[in-house]
Write a protein that binds this ligand. Sequence first.
Ligand code: GLN
Length: 488
Amino acid sequence: MELYARTIAEVSDLLRRQEVSAVEVTRDVLRRIAAVDGRVGAYLLVDEAGALEQAAAADRRLAAGEAVTPLTGIPLGLKDLLSTRGVATTCASKILADYVPAYDATVVARLRQAGAVFTGKLNMDEFAMGSSTENSAYQPTRNPWDPERVPGGSSGGSAAAVAADECLAALGSDTGGSIRQPASFCGVVGLKPTYGRVSRYGLVAFASSLDQIGPLTKTVTDSALLLGGIAGHDPRDSTSVPREVPDFREQLAAEIKGRRLGIPREYFVAGMDPEVRAAFDQAVAVFTGLGAEIVDLSLPHTEYAVATYYLVATAEASSNLARYDGVKYGRRAAGVDNLLEMYYRTRAEGFGPEVKRRIMLGTYALSAGYYDAYYRKAQQVRTLIRQDFEQAFSRCDLIVAPVCPTPAFRFGEKLADPLQMYLSDVLTIPVNLAGLPAISVPGGCSRAGLPIGLQLIAAPFAEASLLQAAYQFEQATDWHRRRPPLDV
Ligand code: GLN
């Protein structure tokens, strides 16, 4: 098997036994990018020189046998909203076209310290607003399984790059589903950690009470390894929680026998593709075969989740994005002769239509006279949604559900109707509102050959148990072994 097609765990073993070098692995991945990215469009920037330099440094560490981690010498891709010192970070927005951060995000700094290699920056919906990566100001990313279809979003570049073997794994961010949904559409593993588990310092903020960074990988083992590399308290993010980070990989083998898996009734929404439903039913049968107990659950406030999210997320976005005013960051409109016009023109030229829509919605929800009716009400409903989950977890250990009502859709299919796009997040958004960890694993395939993900949701900070169940499912099924038809 080619090196690029392998997993973190496999390559890490090869590196430690010095059967290959990090430079060889990195060159192989760079060749793969050159061979397929013209068809996929996952990368906004490939940092060939930087990657080879980091790989050479990793080889020196490996040769000296010093401070080697499972991520030393591993080529990883980064969603382009993670600040990388000296390397452009655009958020797929024109307004940050020329922005080069002066510092690394904490997750990037941790991975750098672990000896990882960064292949480049991955495409996304502008400022992570979207579900298809069609909102990138730069390029479309194609689903490696079908070039006519979207890879999902907003971490579409990250999911597509992992599926197309253009990096061994990647980081994405999940505010309302942006790791899990593209993972489901592209047939990879996507983990959204508990709010507070991973530092967001240096993540360009979209909605600060929801955003989390997490891994997109080819296997659950790799997810455990990469989560271990980025998790943990960071004094630079006041929302990060000082809590011990277990060895997630070591704990993967625990049995699922006797564990209670809850199925929320409300998640079988009208309009769910029958193939998604069928894949889900089969997945549940796999779990019962492994000895899990199935519990029928109700999460009664689910129907309000999308509306709640689009008030909270847009409100926070309107505030977070106020900083892009042409003064300190990125683009400034040319040929203006007063300050106000500079603000107007900079923002009018720099932001795309979806970002403008969110800023307007959020500003409206926060404005005097509407705040109580919209923003405050949304916060109250958010509490009810969180309580639904608290009650559910007194009756079950984990929740299982589909990730998205449909497999990957076609370009343009939902672009003209923002509400249709928003509604497709109905099964991922409640988790963000409640701050819970959740994972999407390959869990089926449509007749047309498109991947279908399975979602597992756990109580706060129960990532270890989430990964265990995902691992047991993965070992019992072959979905993760399917590869997209890119070479034929
Ligand atoms: N699709 C959702 C949105 O557009 C979620 C995006 C995300 O998780 N970043 O807001």
